[in-house]
Design a protein around this ligand. Sequence first.
Ligand code: CUA
Length: 319
Amino acid sequence: MHPAHDALLPAGPQAAHLADIWWLFLGVSVVVYVLVIASLAFALVRSRRRAIADADTPRAPGSERTARLVVGTAIAATVLTLAGLLVGDLVIGRAVAQDADDALRIEVTGHQWWWELQYDDAEPQNRVTTANELHIPVGRPVELVLRTQDVIHSFWVPALHGKRDLIPGRVNRQVIVASRAGDFTGQCAEFCGFQHANMKLRVIAEPPQVFAIWLRSQREPAPSPIDAMQTRGRKVFMQSTCIMCHAIRGTDASATVGPDLTHVASRGTLAAGAVPNTRAHLAAWIANPQAAKPGANMPAHALAPDDLLALATYLGSLR
Ligand code: CUA
């Protein structure tokens, strides 16, 4: 498995607790399995020997009592083991559910099939909206407020926490803390339609200073075109159907149907992890999204080749 997508290589306290209980259950299960198989083998060998010795010999007095003692001990051991696992489960459940003060609040909205991420701020103009790539500061609790725009999705970043569903008409929460820097992967974990498997997520945990720089740059409006090609690309964007679904802050585009594209070039992938974010992939995606992600809500765009190149160049400049 990819190291960044492994619940047994935890990068935060919540995932570490979950890994602990996984190992506890595995250890107990292995011991129980070995004991059961050993007892079975012992009983088989003994009954064979006895059958060979003499089937007609009456059983030794007291064998009934021994059998009762063995069964009673086994039942007691089973009850104690299960009770132990229950206690372990409750302790871990409490530890994982701990509330976090001074948490960074991020609104996560599930869409078919991408993640909308909004960084909360008391000042509305400081709120940042992005998609599919969650930047978080190392060491600081992050409270994720989980909603869905359509069907049930499930937020799951194995290195940081367990799964939490996004349910229509409900608000769910999950607190994560990254204890080390890293680039972790997530995945929608509830079947949500055709492109469920392509509803991926990246979590980039970075030192607080680096995170602060990132957040500041995301607050900025989109950079203006710096050459003729980019200027033409922006014009194509504003005059085509792009503007009906997407926002680019600092321009007239302000629709919220699809991902916010203000800083789209700062993201590593397109279409929630479906393809890498390069100019070639961007152009191919705009021309025919169904090729990379069949069923996606974005329609194909029959643009002239020059217009398509200009548009991809402009979007590629939005860092
Ligand atoms: Cu969203 Cu599966």
